[in-house]
Each structure stands twice: as structure tokens, then as C-alpha cells.
Design a protein around this ligand. Structure first.
Ligand SMILES: [Zn+2]
Length: 75
């Protein structure tokens, strides 16, 4: 009888350890939040993160100052 009780307690301990381990893994595996918006260069069409782009007051995005200048000259 004592042997069965020991087995049950042992099983409960293992179960508790596995449960806490799983919770830890799940928390670490969360996807990164706030994935950045991608914008398109109005001159060459390359895609780049919004924070790395250059913009003008007419809502257009550019990959570099050179393309902004070129596009503003041609439009
Ligand atoms: Zn460009």
C-alpha cells in the first residue's frame, strides 16, 4: 500500500515539474510584438521598414535622400 502511495506522490511531483516547465517554454516562445510596417520607395519600389525610410509631407516614402530628390524633381 505504501508503495502505491509513493508512486502516486512521485507521479504528482513529475507532473508539477513538467507543467511549470511547459509554462516557462510557452512564455519564452511568444512572438515579438509590434512588427514594423513596411513601406515602398516611391522612386525604385524597394520595400523597407518605416523607421528606415525617408518621407515627405505628401505621404510618399523613399529608401534614400537621392531617390527623394529624383522623385520630387520628376513629379
Ligand atoms: Zn529607392
Amino acid at each position: 500500500m505504501a508503495k502505491i502511495l509513493f508512486l502516486v506522490i512521485g507521479f504528482l511531483i513529475v507532473y508539477a515539474i513538467l507543467k511549470s516547465y511547459k509554462k516557462k517554454v510557452e512564455r519564452r516562445g511568444e512572438p515579438p510584438r509590434g512588427a514594423e510596417d513596411m513601406v515602398r520607395c516611391a522612386q525604385c519600389g524597394v520595400h523597407l521598414p518605416r523607421s528606415e525610410s525617408l518621407t515627405t509631407n505628401n505621404q510618399a516614402y523613399y529608401c534614400c535622400a537621392d531617390h527623394r530628390r529624383t522623385h520630387e524633381r520628376t513629379s
